[in-house]
Design a protein around this ligand. Structure first.
Ligand SMILES: [Zn+2]
Ligand SMILES: [Zn+2]
Length: 159
């Protein structure tokens, strides 16, 4: 199992392995450790983020939109070149293949767990079927919550 999270100490993204035996993760940049509230139980998933202890978790595809867009962009550039060379068949083939790669990648990649609150990504967890898929209402609830929190800390810090 591993977790990708934004380090609360240095604000840099880091990916660290964790097990049920080690109740903390350390940052790859500043080496500071962040305690895990409770290790993810494979028998009874709590649905609560073990990193920030506030967020709920949802399942999503482990598919990077940036990678998807990069594949499409490369295909588009290659197609522009073949089009300029008056090779329409090659152009259609390139566009078709890049779309097919994107489509296939989306379906072969595994799932991961993401926290609505701190956006930590947990990979390699079993029993993912027990978790809910992304829910826009919950997402909105957490977004407003953290916005209120930010406002509160800014106000208390300013006066
Ligand atoms: Zn750090
Ligand atoms: Zn969290």
């Amino acid at each position: 199992m591993n977790v990708t999270f934004i380090c609360p100490h240095c604000d840099l993204p880091t990916r660290q392995p964790f097990t049920t035996a080690i109740p903390e993760v350390s940052c790859g940049h500043c080496q500071s450790t962040t305690p895990l509230i409770e290790t993810v139980g494979t028998e009874s998933p709590t649905g609560k983020c073990i990193l920030c202890a506030r967020g709920e978790l949802f399942v999503r595809k482990d598919f990077s939109q940036r990678l998807g867009l990069t594949i499409i962009a490369i295909g588009f550039i290659a197609a522009t070149i073949t089009w300029a060379w008056h090779m329409p068949l090659a152009t259609y083939a390139i566009l078709g293949v890049s779309a097919a790669i994107d489509f296939t990648l989306f379906f072969v990649v595994g799932n991961l767990l993401e926290c609505y609150n701190c956006h930590a990504e947990f990979r390699g967890i079993e029993n993912l079927d027990d978790f809910q898929a992304f829910n826009l209402e919950t997402h909105e609830r957490f977004r407003q919550q953290s916005a209120r929190l930010r406002e509160a800390t800014e106000n208390s810090g300013g006066t």
